[in-house]
Design a protein around this ligand. Structure first.
Ligand SMILES: NC(=O)c1ccc[n+]([C@@H]2O[C@H](COP(=O)([O-])OP(=O)(O)OC[C@H]3O[C@@H](n4cnc5c(N)ncnc54)[C@H](OP(=O)(O)O)[C@@H]3O)[C@@H](O)[C@H]2O)c1
Length: 247
């Protein structure tokens, strides 16, 4: 897959290394321009390139947002990302510490307001970058791998990101829609920065989700449990076929 990456810090650079190692092609960007990313590009090899933010956004079939959330200006205009899968790894931290109060909304829903024609998937935001760098295990069955959560209202986009997650040795675990799953993936949720395997994550959700009823919007709990219920396989394989995991 061709992937543009906005932000070349802890998350952006880590994801770039994992994606090129898995055979994907990346164009990565930061605020200081491609020259400042020479060392990283040399490390990435033939499948890694640096460019401006707009060029990186235009390049990808998918574009990963990995800049500080408050820098709205870092996310390019909507037309560059129209119809593309946008993977939002950002969390709504304030620069001075603490979180923005988004009311009933969630951070990826707020990003989607700026990019209304993007195919938004919230993913990679709950995993600490050092875990991302070190805990991928392609040799393990997907169910036993470290879980990376994803939420989206666009099911084909979610499937594509799930396949990407599997390709770098992690297990995609679906939390549901952008609103309800997105809320489960916010900082301070019980799954945030945990090291669950996919199997442990699903067991945790089934046992613990009801305790979150008061922080979830009306109707979210049954829908979230339903999303976890069926043993659907990624990518697009019937349950039990091959090594691909269930989520
Ligand atoms: N760190 C983690 O473990 C982790 C885990 C999950 C999610 N996240 C989320 O991922 C996002 C990035 O976190 P991080 O820890 O990777 O931050 P970081 O190490 O500080 O990196 C931020 C990157 O964003 C770039 N950037 C800043 N302003 C920009 C602009 N206007 N245009 C283009 N690029 C710009 C920076 O480039 P310059 O250096 O050129 O300014 C830098 O490469 C945050 O939203 C965070 O909440 C972080």
């Amino acid at each position: 897959m061709k992937i543009g990456i906005l932000g070349a810090g802890r998350i952006g650079a880590t994801v770039a290394r994992l994606f090129v190692a898995a055979g994907h092609e990346v164009v990565i960007s930061n605020s200081r321009g491609p020259e400042s990313l020479r060392a990283l590009v040399a490390e990435l090899g033939a499948r890694g390139h640096a460019a401006s933010v707009n060029e990186a956004a235009a390049f990808g079939e998918a574009t990963l947002l990995a800049v500080p959330w408050h820098l709205a200006a870092a996310v390019p205009s909507s037309n560059l990302l129209r119809g593309k899968i946008v993977i939002d790894a950002m969390n709504p931290y304030k620069p001075e510490g603490g979180f923005y109060d988004l009311g009933d909304s969630t951070s990826s829903e707020e990003v989607l307001k700026r990019l209304p024609e993007a195919r938004m998937v919230k993913a990679f935001n709950t995993i600490y970058y050092e875990h991302l760098a070190t805990r991928g295990r392609k040799d393990l069955p997907v169910e036993e791998r470290h879980a990376i959560y994803l939420a989206s209202d666009d099911l084909p986009a979610k499937d594509a990101v799930a396949t990407l997650i599997e390709s770098i040795g992690f297990a995609p675990v679906d939390t549901g829609s952008l609103r309800e799953g997105g809320r489960l993936q916010q900082p301070e949720s019980p799954i945030y920065n945990q090291t669950f395997t996919a199997r442990e994550a699903r067991a945790f959700f089934r046992n613990e989700l009801h305790k979150l009823a008061d922080v979830l919007p009306d109707g979210a709990l049954p829908r979230a449990l339903e999303a976890l219920g069926p043993l659907r396989a990624w990518p697009n394989k019937p349950p039990g076929s091959g090594k691909s995991g269930k989520y």
